[in-house]
Design a protein. Sequence first.
Length: 394
Amino acid sequence: MPMPTIKHIRAYTVRGGGADYHDQGDGHWIDGQISTPMSKYPEYRMTRKSFGLNVLGTLVVEVEASDGTTGFAVTTAGEIGAFIVEKHLARFIEGQRVTDIERIWDQMFNATLFYGRKGVVLNTISGVDLALWDLLGKIRQEPVHAMLGGPVRDELTFYATGARPDLAKQMGFIGGKMPLKHGPAEGDAGLEKNLAQLADMRERVGNDFWLMFDCWMSLDVNYATRLAQGAREFDLKWIEEALPPDDYWGYAELKRNVPTGMLVNTGEHEATRWGFRMLMEMECCDVIQPDVGWCGGITELIKISALADAHNKLVVPHGSSVYSYHFVVTRHNSPFAEFLMMAPEADEVVPMFNPLLLDEPVPENGRMRASRLDAPGFGVRLNPENQLARPYEH
Ligand SMILES: C[C@H](O)[C@H](O)[C@@H](O)[C@@H](O)C(=O)O
Ligand SMILES: [Mg+2]
């Protein structure tokens, strides 16, 4: 029985949540005051949508095989990603066998090197790669995790990201990661407010629950050092993405400065094995956090994770729903996963990419049985009520 080939690839866009999960309605915690590299501009300090964090929107990549089977995946890339798929990447995909995933990845990456390397081009390549893994799983009738070597544990354990770690503890999560509200532009007063928020949350959750700060690229080494030192007494588990992604030198200094035992984590806006090689060889962090929808897809995350394993680094992917769950469950150096609380008040568990997908699994009591991921491919379907657009065709 000859291996099917890829007959069509199509790129769609959709607005309103989904893979571009920052694209939420007003009043959502994820668009509250959060410290960012734009916080130095008061006009862009109070919400991240004000400076365009939701500008891209969701890219949906669909691949159809010669036997009629279809696979798909979603990521953050919107119309830019749709253009890249339809006008550039399609030529490397259509006509190839559904198993030619490595060669397709290599051609997509090298053909876009002159304008890609990271950012939205790698988001787009990731989306194509995830769709190809979904298609292969559907053709072989096996889940992606089985094609990656199978689960190394019976269940996934999650920490929750959101404004309410106190509620996350009640829901059974192992920890709560809070967005940092105030950045260097608000001076010592802002730093004291950050620490007061941590102190209050520590009081609410007690001592046997992880608390973390997510600083979203917004600090400098001195501020991050003072924040970490001040957070020691409240047992901050890790300080995340304190500095801009390219400041490998600053991360190496911060990692030397933080209190012994406090973890320095980063990587969600890093891409490819080369970017993560820099983070690890320059001793920038303890835990890398690639987003499988942004770093290059499953095909690249396999390479990144193996490199991390050799460096004794944990790989805790940035939350990306089923795309990270299928990977995390198969890797011994990925002992837990992130779950982003997408309810506006972070007070209930809803699917991360809501309302984009059907059958999207969510943690129960902060855990997820590996068997919940046993449907073919990534085990999810597009919600037929999505208003998809196809802005470009090839
Ligand atoms: C909660 C953070 O500010 C970001 O919105 C989030 O996308 C990311 O940094 C995370 O680690 O979940
Ligand atoms: Mg983060």
